[in-house]
Ligand binder design. Structure first.
Ligand SMILES: C[S@@+](CC[C@H](N)C(=O)[O-])C[C@H]1O[C@@H](n2cnc3c(N)ncnc32)[C@H](O)[C@@H]1O
Length: 306
């Protein structure tokens, strides 16, 4: 942990009405750049963890198991989740982990107060189940919870199919496991490729998946100002349209604005998006020329020139 004296940690952003997280709590969510990785916490080292549990089943059990492992024997975990995003399954998860707990419901959330189990064998099994692994079908390192961790997203596949050989300096915004990066790096004329993602797990995986001296990986939230990339020849992206499980169309617009800001004049952005998302107006605001380059399986591909 960054602060060895800290004994309180938080995972994600629990609603203020449900948890008053003291300042100084160590953040553990992989979706917060700069946070501490749960895996690095010493066994039995924390007094209290407050967690807004992630929605994916294997990811949630992994995060809860890591929290229980890191708690002192008399420590307490308070874990919550919206009922329709994992909350209804919390009790089953905790029983499966061998933990005793009390459960309440408030503001559409289930909230559990959990004690560390004395027998950690089920905790160890959940940690093994949710850990990074090499997927033989994808041929990539992956981990439950990362975007499209066990299959190739159809939008990504459509974009890779349509990509021409690119050249010069570029970026892959929201790189995930690195599937687009593999497509881009097939061109020998690419000299530099910045890979950016908000998810620490994706960044750690992509460093294993894309072993190429032309690549630099950045753990960053593109809603901020990092990484400060400029004068690029190209950007590729399959932008997210969900944040914390809820549809957030503004995120795609942020990605387009950042892409335009990183490109040199005449540089191109290749983007795939769900067909139902209205990006045309944002594309027209930031790019001088926008050309549809393909459509299929509910997705559309654009080439946008600055
Ligand atoms: C639709 S996925 C695409 C992943 C990968 N490029 C692919 O095609 O398989 C979008 C990616 O953007 C990342 N992401 C979401 N919000 C972000 C943000 N604010 N800043 C940076 N990356 C973000 C997600 O973690 C996810 O990996």
């Amino acid at each position: 942990m960054s602060d060895p004296a800290a004994t309180l940690a938080v995972y994600g952003a629990p609603p203020l009405a449900l948890a008053d997280v003291p300042a100084g709590a160590v953040q553990l969510s992989p979706l917060v750049p700069g946070s501490t990785a749960q895996e690095t916490l010493a066994d039995a080292s924390l007094d209290e963890i407050i967690m807004l549990a992630p929605p994916g089943t294997v990811e949630r059990r992994y995060a809860i198991a890591q929290a229980l492992r890191a708690l002192r024997p008399d420590g307490r975990l308070r874990v919550m989740a919206p009922k329709d995003r994992g909350g209804a399954r919390l009790a089953g998860d905790l029983t499966g982990l061998g933990a005793s707990f009390g459960e309440t419901a408030r503001r559409h959330h289930r909230i559990c107060q959990v004690a560390r189990p004395a027998d950690l064998s089920a905790v160890a099994a959940a940690i093994a189940e949710g850990a990074p692994r090499l997927d033989p079908d994808l041929g990539l390192w992956t981990q439950p919870g990362v975007f499209s961790w066990d299959r190739i997203d159809r939008g990504t596949a459509l974009l890779i199919e349509g990509l021409p050989p690119l050249a010069g300096k570029g970026a892959d915004l929201g790189c995930g496991l690195g599937l687009l990066a593999h497509g881009v790096l097939a061109s020998k004329d690419v000299t530099d490729l910045a890979l950016v993602d908000i998810d620490r797990r994706a960044i750690e995986l992509v460093r294993r998946n894309v072993d190429d001296p032309r690549v630099a990986a950045h753990w960053a939230d593109l809603r901020g100002v990092e990484p400060a990339l400029a004068d690029l020849n190209f950007v590729v992206m399959n932008p997210p349209f969900h944040d914390a499980g809820a549809e957030d169309r503004a995120l795609g617009a942020v990605f387009l604005r950042r892409a335009a800001g990183m490109l040199r004049k005449g540089g191109v952005c290749w983007m795939v998006a769900n067909r139902h998302l209205p990006y045309e107006k944002t594309l027209a605001e930031h790019f001088s020329q926008v050309t549809p380059r393909g459509e299929g399986a509910g997705y559309k591909v654009y080439e946008a020139r600055k």
